[in-house]
Design a protein around this ligand. Structure first.
Ligand SMILES: [Zn+2]
Length: 119
């Protein structure tokens, strides 16, 4: 279950980020996860509760935004793929391998108690 180690490193990063705001309580952490990041979103959310237990992030919520796979087709430009099974342009059917989006795993924003955004 590598989601737990991923979540643990996110917890570390967030803890460092909010260290500049003494007394701030983290409410929500927003994460951007590409469809090809090979993580299970449900597992991330589940592990969040475990990883934040006993830390300053305890009780906060992990909000995961899934990003679709975006490929660049030589003919059509950037195209969004419905699924990740085939790397063909959904518009013209040409195979495309120039991936623009889909493997992200990054913190988008951190919401702390007073409503301000850090990160
Ligand atoms: Zn195309």
């Amino acid at each position: 279950m590598h989601e737990l180690s991923i979540v643990a490193s996110i917890v570390d990063t967030v803890t460092e980020s909010v260290a500049a705001y003494p007394g701030a309580r983290v409410q929500e952490v927003h994460l951007r996860v590409g469809a090809l990041a090979s993580v299970v979103v449900e597992s991330l959310e589940f592990c969040w509760g475990i990883a934040t237990e006993g830390t300053s992030l305890e009780g906060s919520k992990l909000v995961v935004k899934t990003l679709p796979v975006v490929m660049h087709c030589a003919t059509c430009g950037d195209v969004e793929l419905e699924g990740v099974q085939s790397f063909r342009c959904p518009t013209c059917g040409e195979p495309c391998s120039d991936q623009r989006q889909g493997r992200e795993l990054e913190i988008e924003s951190i919401e702390i108690e007073d409503g301000q955004e850090a990160a």
